[in-house]
Design a protein around this ligand. Structure first.
Ligand code: NAD
Length: 323
């Protein structure tokens, strides 16, 4: 099985903030004989890529068209409803053509139930096709730099793992097999739940410390040295001008949008309820991200803007400079 997929024809559906840079890596790094077939409902992005990579990237007219012309198909669309439509639309979906023997990889962050429903449909109708959930982490900057991580819904013993790993390393740095179908998504959602909760807790902790008279740079060192040490504080510090490369320092402009955090947090809370996991921070966290997404001061910005939403002081340097 592993050697049947040589990536001579590869399809990519969904060329947004994440998908487009992932395709660019594939176009630059796949063997010279490989052809890429791409499709997005937003036609201009398809035309632009085809113009940029003549003889390498070809225009697909639908998800079905891409599936017909490609042995391996990657999808990267926003939500479960889009994934259903891309795969299951009876006229134009991937599964409306014969996909026997093909390798299908969905990198979208969606609910596990939709992913399993698509996989079941494929297993029943095309038993020799292989479908995997493989959400990614690392954001748009990671997709551009080629440093994203893939959380793959399969076991370490999966016969396609070698090929999946090869493909993933063209677009990113790490691939973690999570055990079985939909477990890549379960891993991603639990990761983003944890990251979202930490961002709120970190914002509150900075705020209470700063209101008590502490300089946030001192707090940053304290958290880093103490038991509260965490990556959100270290690299994505919600308080501006503490860590130079944090999105907050650039006005929360680059990063992981608060709307996406709201979506993933909501999916994680739903998953927790479905599997009977007690979840005391879930509802309050979700409400916080829902409200921050609606707040005109926060929407469209990096999710660590939750510090602003909670009333944190962003101009602390004026005070520490004696202004
Ligand atoms: P995006 O909205 O920028 O891009 C999605 C693309 O899918 C768009 O170009 C849209 O036109 C296309 N699309 C929608 N429906 C389609 C259909 N039926 N057929 C073909 N194309 C269709 O979203 P994004 O930021 O690229 O995110 C994609 C997925 O990756 C989401 O599930 C998101 O949660 C996840 N993700 C995003 C980030 C991030 O930082 N942006 C990080 C990790 C994971």
């Amino acid at each position: 099985m592993a050697d049947t997929h040589q990536f001579s024809t590869l399809g990519f559906i969904g060329l947004g903030a994440m998908g487009k840079p992932m395709v660019v890596h594939l176009a630059n790094k796949l063997p010279p004989e490989s052809k890429l077939y791409v499709f997005d409902v937003f036609e201009k992005v398809v035309d632009d890529l085809v113009a940029e990579y003549p003889g390498r990237i070809y225009k697909g007219t639908s998800a079905k068209d891409v599936a017909q012309r490609s042995e391996t198909i990657i999808t990267m669309v926003p939500e479960g409803a889009h994934v259903r439509s891309v795969y299951l639309d009876p006229q134009n979906g991937v599964c409306s053509t014969d996909i026997s023997g093909k390798l299908l990889i969905d990198c979208s962050t969606i609910d596990t139930a939709t992913s399993l429903a698509v996989k079941d449909h494929i297993n029943q109708n095309f038993p020799t096709a292989s479908f995997y959930d493989s959400p990614v982490s690392g954001g748009v900057v990671g997709a551009i730099k080629g440093t994203i991580a893939f959380f793959l819904g399969c076991a370490e013993s999966d016969p396609n793992l070698k090929h999946l790993t090869y493909l993933a390393t063209l677009m990113g740095k790490q691939i973690i097999p999570c055990g079985g179908p939909s477990l890549g998504l379960a891993a991603k959602l639990s990761n983003n739940y944890l990251s979202g909760v930490i961002a709120i807790a970190c914002s509150e902790a900075f705020d209470m410390g700063m209101r008590s008279g502490l300089d946030p740079r001192v707090l940053y060192k304290v958290y880093g040295a103490g038991t509260a040490q965490n990556a959100i504080c270290d690299k994505f510090c919600p308080v501006p001008d503490v860590y130079p490369e944090a999105p907050s320092t650039g006005g929360y402009k680059q990063g992981f949008k608060v709307e996406l955090m709201k979506k993933d947090f909501g999916l994680a809370v739903d998953m927790a309820k479905r599997v009977g996991s007690k979840n005391v921070l879930g509802d309050v966290g979700l409400e916080t991200y829902e409200n921050a997404s609606k707040d005109p001061q926060c929407r469209g910005l990096d999710s660590r803007v939750v510090y602003r939403y909670l009333g944190g002081n962003e101009d602390w340097q004026l005070k520490s400079n004696g202004a």
